[in-house]
Design a protein around this ligand. Structure first.
Ligand code: ZN
Length: 163
């Protein structure tokens, strides 16, 4: 079983093979020591708990797409101290000041990557900046194993489960 990558999330056979190779070598591309070798765009800022870089594959419809990633290899947000939360807020504030977007959206991929829509088991936050008249709607996929259309995801509750 894969520990670092969700191979099912690969978007091409080439990407899947690449991810399987990383898994075999035990290399997490989000751990800061591997960014230079395994990612195209460099780390732009390193703080106490997080680093910030542009996403190598910005989502269509965004004018800027950053990843805010913990320096430590953690899987869930609550593995970090509250001070990391304060720093994350400050990073978001700085990105907003720098980019002056009309709007921004963040999605944090925490926990089981097969459900949070991520392909790497290292906590990370997407920060996307939005401008008027985007080329297309920006879509974040979560619940990766759900129905193809998220509007069709409402499943019947298990008996006794509050909705
Ligand atoms: Zn990592």
């Amino acid at each position: 079983m894969s520990e670092l990558y969700d191979l099912e999330a690969a978007r091409s056979p080439e990407q899947r093979a690449y991810m399987a190779g990383l898994e075999a070598r035990g290399v997490c591309i989000f751990c800061p020591e591997h960014v230079a070798a395994e990612q195209r765009l460099p780390i732009e800022h390193t703080g106490e708990h997080w680093y910030v870089k542009r996403n190598d594959y910005p989502y269509p419809g965004t004018v800027a797409h950053y990843l805010i990633v913990p320096l430590r290899h953690v899987v869930t947000f609550d593995e970090l101290p509250d001070a990391a939360g304060a720093e994350l807020w400050a990073i978001r504030r700085a990105l907003k000041a720098e980019l002056s977007p009309l709007a921004a959206a963040t999605v944090e991929r925490s926990g089981d990557m097969r459900l949070n829509g991520g392909s790497v088991a290292h906590l990370h936050t997407h920060f996307v900046a939005l401008a008027p008249a985007p080329a297309e709607t920006v879509r974040f996929r979560v619940s990766a194993r759900g129905a193809p259309d998220s509007t069709a995801c409402a499943r019947p509750a298990r008996p006794g489960t509050p909705r």
